[in-house]
Design a protein around this ligand. Structure first.
Ligand code: ZN
Length: 258
């Protein structure tokens, strides 16, 4: 083992030990955990926003052209999401919840992969792309048939119940985060004694403030992210490594000693 590998494996043992002792461990996940499932980070060079402008919520509400552009982008994103399966990172988090080591996952992702892996306590800050909602009457739909309808007819589908505007159940630019989800996330961060940041660069809010809040209330902070973040300096352990592989290693260390 090289010195870097040695210090990494020591860090992994340490995190496994903290996880054994933790009474309220919480994981915060971002796009980085899902890129390992083949979902492009929409902000990255290969992502949809490298070539398309995101549609803001007020434009969506006001303009038929904006709704068409929104559905055009969503149909592309849906193809990636429909193919994606949870990876080992999602699976380890689900296992930790099952064995009572992890209290909840707070996620910025809209792909539903945590739930597919078996996680039950999942707080989706940006909603979910696995549902379509009518903004006029609140009716709720499966996305597959509506995306197919859009691709087949090249027309934006309308609500079958009221003829209203249909949109994925996600938070758009210019739309506020669901207050109840945000409130529960803040409470979880406050109460946590071990807080994982997995695959988020912590640049947008509330991503940036949740780990800070957890830290201020005494939690240990563990960051696993491909690139450095602004909070690396205040974290107890930082690993610039792939998430799946790292969580699998922590999981092995956890099982080994317990
Ligand atoms: Zn409706």
């Amino acid at each position: 083992m090289t010195p870097t590998e040695q210090s990494e494996s020591k860090a992994i043992e340490q995190v496994a030990q903290w996880l054994r002792e933790a009474r309220s461990a919480v994981a915060f996940t971002g796009a980085g955990i899902s890129t390992e499932s083949g979902i492009p980070d929409f902000r990255s060079p290969g992502g949809i926003w490298a070539t398309s402008k995101p549609v803001y919520f007020d434009e969506f509400m006001a303009s038929a052209e904006a709704r068409y552009e929104y559905w055009r982008q969503k149909a592309i994103a849906h193809r990636d999401m429909a193919r994606a399966r949870p990876n080992v990172g999602h699976e380890v988090l689900a296992r930790w919840e099952t064995i009572g080591r992890l209290r909840a996952v707070i996620t910025q992702n809209i792909d539903g992969l945590h739930q597919l892996a078996g996680s039950r306590q999942v707080l989706e800050l940006h909603g979910t792309a696995r549902r379509i909602a009518c903004l006029d009457c609140g009716a709720d739909y499966e996305p597959d048939p509506l995306v197919e309808q859009f691709l087949a007819t090249d027309r934006v589908p309308l609500c079958a119940a009221c003829g209203g505007r249909l949109k994925t159940a996600t938070v758009s630019f210019g739309q506020s985060l669901p207050a109840d989800v945000l409130e529960r996330s803040v409470a979880l961060a406050r109460e946590s004694d071990l807080f994982f940041v997995l695959g988020s660069s912590l640049v947008v809010e509330p991503a940036a403030s949740l780990p800070r809040l957890a830290r201020r209330e005494g939690a240990r902070l563990v960051i696993v992210n491909r690139d450095p973040t602004d909070q690396d300096a205040t974290a107890d352990v930082v690993l610039h490594q792939p998430i799946g592989r790292t969580l699998a290693a922590i999981d092995r260390a956890l099982q080994h000693a317990s």
